[in-house]
Ligand binder design. Structure first.
Ligand code: ADP
Ligand code: MG
Length: 354
């Protein structure tokens, strides 16, 4: 990039913001301050006009409790922008929120946004446009698994190989890196949400008990597991009995929930195995040494690392603070935009893998 004194001056006073625009949670990392916003990617809109009424935490609290004229949605549910205007409003709210935290008026911020590696051109353009429309002066896109790997501290610049598996709400992203490049990657639309649905379905089939989305997620995060637990757990679950139509409460065990999660986990495991099949033997031997790193909220599922280690025959470990890896990685990219030029995707500058 040519030196531009105006940009340089703007840079001194403006905010640099790294955003993890997740399907489940959006995190905003302000350079020099750290993560200042961490809220669910939920928006409550008015049904008729589709005007956003509540965003983030306030919107998530309304799930399943909205009056008839409103509806709670996740505009990025499957890892893509299906609702452009609403995503834009959400980004405006989050970028604005970070911006307003400064005392003096600042020029518009520079923004790095993490996007799923499977995103199409149209989807990338939508994130870019939404960010610019939301007030960013410059916007750069970085692939989520790359940001996650940077945030997790993987040695992706080195010649030895490393691997990340990021399990979010809507998507599981995995990538194998060597010398700054991705050599194998996968983006899978099976992750935390699918697990929640499977939990709800299981309880419905077995007990005729209909439970809400939030209850299902609570069951998963409290007693869900991927590997037998040293001490199995139980939990009271509340819902509506589909036969009597009345409220009902019953006890569910972690053994049952593990069964409910079995098929979603199998899909994730098979995808990782398939990707590992494509890894050249030298890099594979690096992975044996280095292990596979997990990030994203899904990596917090009890026993997941043990289960994967057992299936893949490599060491598997969970990154420190796994839910903030992408946001922290986006922050690292911002700190050295020129040095990270090869990580940027998309529209403003093509990634120079010439
Ligand atoms: P995204 O990047 O798609 O926004 P996140 O990385 O924020 O997703 O992860 C959100 C997912 O992680 C949700 O599906 C949530 O239920 C799941 N999650 C959070 N904590 C746990 C936990 N302790 N056990 C299992 N899943 C969890
Ligand atoms: Mg994510």
């Amino acid at each position: 990039m040519a030196f531009n004194p105006l940009n340089w001056l703007l840079g001194l006073f403006s905010l640099d913001i790294g955003i993890d625009l997740g399907t489940a949670n959006t995190l905003v990392n302000v350079r020099g301050k750290g993560i200042v916003i961490n809220e669910p990617s939920w928006v409550v809109i008015e049904k008729k006009t589709r005007i956003p009424i509540k965003i983030g935490l306030a919107a998530k609290e309304m799930i399943g409790r909205t009056p008839n004229n409103l509806v709670a949605i996740r505009p990025l549910r499957d890892g893509v922008i299906s609702e452009f205007e609403i995503t834009k409003a959400m980004l405006e709210y989050f970028i604005g929120g970070a911006h307003q935290q400064s005392i003096v008026p600042l020029p518009r911020p520079r923004v790095v946004v993490g996007i799923p590696s499977g995103a199409t051109e149209v989807e990338k353009r939508a994130v870019y446009d939404a960010s610019i429309a939301a007030g960013a002066r410059e916007t750069y896109l970085v692939e989520e698994p790359l940001a996650a790997a940077l945030g997790a501290g993987l040695p992706i610049r080195e010649i030895r190989g490393s691997m990340i598996v990021d399990i979010g709400g809507g998507t599981t992203e995995l990538a194998v890196f060597t010398m700054d490049g991705i050599i194998v990657s996968r983006s899978l639309r099976v992750a935390g949400d699918e697990m929640d649905q499977d939990v709800a379905q299981y309880i419905r089939n077995k007990y005729n008990l209909f439970i809400g989305e939030r209850m299902a997620e609570q069951v998963k995060t409290s007693i869900g597991s991927a590997f037998p637990l040293p001490e199995e757990k139980t939990m009271m679950v509340r819902g509506r009995n589909l036969i009597t139509g009345l409220p009902q409460e019953l006890e569910i065990s972690s053994v049952e929930i593990r069964e409910a999660l079995r098929s979603a986990l199998q899909v994730i495991i098979d995808t990782i195995k398939e990707a590992m099949d494509e890894v050249p033997p030298e890099i594979l031997s690096d992975l044996l040494e280095e292990g596979v790193c997990l990030s994203g909220g899904g990596s917090l599922l009890l026993g997941l690392a043990d289960r994967l280690a057992d299936e893949l025959k490599v060491r598997v470990w969970v990154a420190e603070d796994p839910m903030t890896c992408v946001a922290r990685g986006a922050g690292l990219v911002l700190e050295d935009l020129d040095g990270c030029a090869q990580y940027l995707v998309g529209l403003e500058r093509k990634s120079p893998r010439n």
